[in-house]
Design a protein around this ligand. Structure first.
Ligand code: B1M
Length: 211
């Protein structure tokens, strides 16, 4: 659909004003929020990633595109959560220490919220101690960690070790995701599950709760 292509192009350009207009228009055409995210905004961000990797653009351009992406996400959010029922379970989410990427994590949070979970989003650059205190304070049985850098994915190991040290591991399911994460990495570090995208993350959480 052309409007989704336009959203992707403008996300890539970082044109927040046009993104807002196009996303509103797409919603008025009854295009589902998830489709706008996947086929519009995320496609634009992926294109940015390719250019960034090739050094065709630099951090300022990426930040401008991030701002546009977030502007679009804010508009879609209520449409994803409109059928929300009473929260079923609390999920603590965060991007681990050293990592400032949060777009993917926010999308995962949005989809989980839509599925009726209550999200406690600890944000970015989260130290292990903060994960532990949130699990205790929120009495949560599911924690989700996101990492986008090969240098920060290993911090997940420290968080899991800390959870074990705090004797919380038997009560908590740990799910992980993000660009460099794989199922075999999840298995290796003792995470309970891995999801490659937000929709599968929601399915994974549902499975974890059933177990
Ligand atoms: Co960064 N960056 N960045 N960056 N950045 C990447 C990740 C990179 C792959 C770019 C590249 O080289 N092609 C590369 C990492 C290389 C590597 O480690 N292998 C990289 C680098 C190198 C860096 C810096 C080191 C650059 C520098 O300073 N020289 C620096 C590090 C900063 C830090 O974190 N300490 C840096 C900085 C930044 C910005 C701040 C400018 C900005 C982040 C802004 C923000 O997030 N608020 C940024 C961005 C935007 C990117 C790219 C371009 C886009 C990431 C993104 O948002 N994608 C990225 C390139 C890329 O990923 N191809 C790149 C869209 C998003 C929807 O996808 O996050 O993968 P993603 O989330 C998906 C799934 O992964 C999954 O579901 C989501 C939705 O489907 N998922 C989960 C995510 N979390 C999950 C958790 C789950 C389950 C599923 O369960 C809990």
């Amino acid at each position: 659909m052309n409007i989704l292509k336009d959203i992707a192009i403008n996300a890539e350009k970082g044109d927040s004003a046009t993104i807002k207009e196009l996303v509103k228009k797409a919603l008025s055409l009854n295009i589902r929020g998830e489709e706008i995210l996947q086929e519009g905004l995320i496609k634009g961000m992926n294109a940015i990633g390719i250019k960034f990797k090739k050094n065709e653009i630099f951090i300022p351009e990426v930040l401008i595109a991030t701002r546009a992406m977030k502007a679009g996400m804010e508009i879609i959010k209520p449409y994803l959560t409109q059928d929300r029922v009473k929260p079923q379970e609390k999920v603590v989410m965060g991007t681990g220490k050293g990592d400032l990427h949060d777009i993917g994590k926010k999308i995962v949070c949005m989809i989980l919220e839509r599925e009726g979970y209550e999200i406690v989003d600890l944000g970015i650059d989260v130290p292990k101690e903060k994960f532990i205190s949130a699990i205790k304070k929120e009495n949560s049985n599911i924690i989700g960690m996101s990492a986008l850098l090969t240098t920060t994915m290993i911090y997940m190991i420290e968080v899991i070790e800390e959870i074990e040290r705090a004797k919380l591991k038997q009560n908590v399911k740990i799910i992980i995701g993000g660009g460099p994460i794989t199922q075999s990495f999840a298995d290796e570090i003792g995470a309970d599950g891995y999801a490659p995208d937000a929709i599968s993350a929601a399915e994974l959480v549902k499975d974890m709760i059933r177990k």
